[in-house]
Design a protein around this ligand. Sequence first.
Ligand SMILES: O=C(O)CCC(=O)C(=O)O
Ligand SMILES: [Fe+2]
Length: 344
Amino acid sequence: MSDRSSFLVGDHLPGIVLPDAAGAPFDVMGQAIASRPRLLLLGPAPEDAGALEALARDAGALLVLVEQRAPDGALRPGPARIFDAEGKLFRALGLAEGGVAVVSPRGRLGFAARAEDAAAGLRAAIASLPAPAPAPPVRRGGAPVLLVPDIVEPEMIAALLAHWERGEKQKDRVAGGADAAAANRIKRRADVFLDDRALYETFQARLMRRVVPEMTRAFRFMPSSYEVPRIGCYDESDLGAFEAHRDNRTPFTAHRRFAMSLNLNTGEYEGGQLRFPEFGPDLHEPPAGGAAIFGCDMLHEALPVTKGRRFAIFTFFTDAEGAKQEQAMIRQRMAAGQQGLAMR
Ligand SMILES: O=C(O)CCC(=O)C(=O)O
Ligand SMILES: [Fe+2]
């Protein structure tokens, strides 16, 4: 377990391995069970464990009882029982007094709540599970884009949009400060840097808890830094768009490894989706609060917004080597008298 005091609903969870009744390790993220939601009932084992197990099974989930004591050595039929003598998992899930938690198939904390009554708690947890998907599409191609939903919650989206409203807009600027007329040919977007320290730090916490673990799992990429995020608005008034480009083709951007586009609204505009023309015609539009993450070498474009306004927040991640490259580039720019961005 991580030493993080407590995970928020939506956070990616680390490995959870605890002893079963016989003292053998039970891996809550293990490959035999990871495809199903796991309902963790934390507290003394209930009397009606069999009925509760059936309740979970009917919802396509797996019930795991987590008791706060040493393994009791008693092998019983019924749901898996694991033992957290020190209460580490209880505390990590923010349920020091017990309750119900859901580990989603994605490996995130999907739900966590106190429960006076085990059955009622499990029902509430089951109600939080997403509805089963309609017939899944068979994909025969497509771009290697990582789509991560629910990174930023509605309150934080509102705070980010308010920051954009207040902020100084940089129109059509591409990294390195190419003149606006040239840049305007490919980018039509009004950007505001996330230079508010408190908001920046909250946003960073979301990245660390919800994005970085996903990038590590999907791409084996462990970022060592990322650029100050910018909130951008594509507006119908100038057919806001970012035409086909790669994100690391200038001396100012060569350090970039992965890009993230996190949508702050959807359904309020037409057009505006992301496309990766090297990989076919598919359009990508993460739900509000969710992001598309992709390698900076991939050609991509944000299609023109033909109605309304699309807001999103953007950043670029790099690794240790790229960070050195970036620092050298920043030193050169400072030596040439260019100012960096100051946090407020
Ligand atoms: O609008 C988008 O989602 C893509 C933005 C983009 O490609 C960029 O900022 O470099
Ligand atoms: Fe881009």
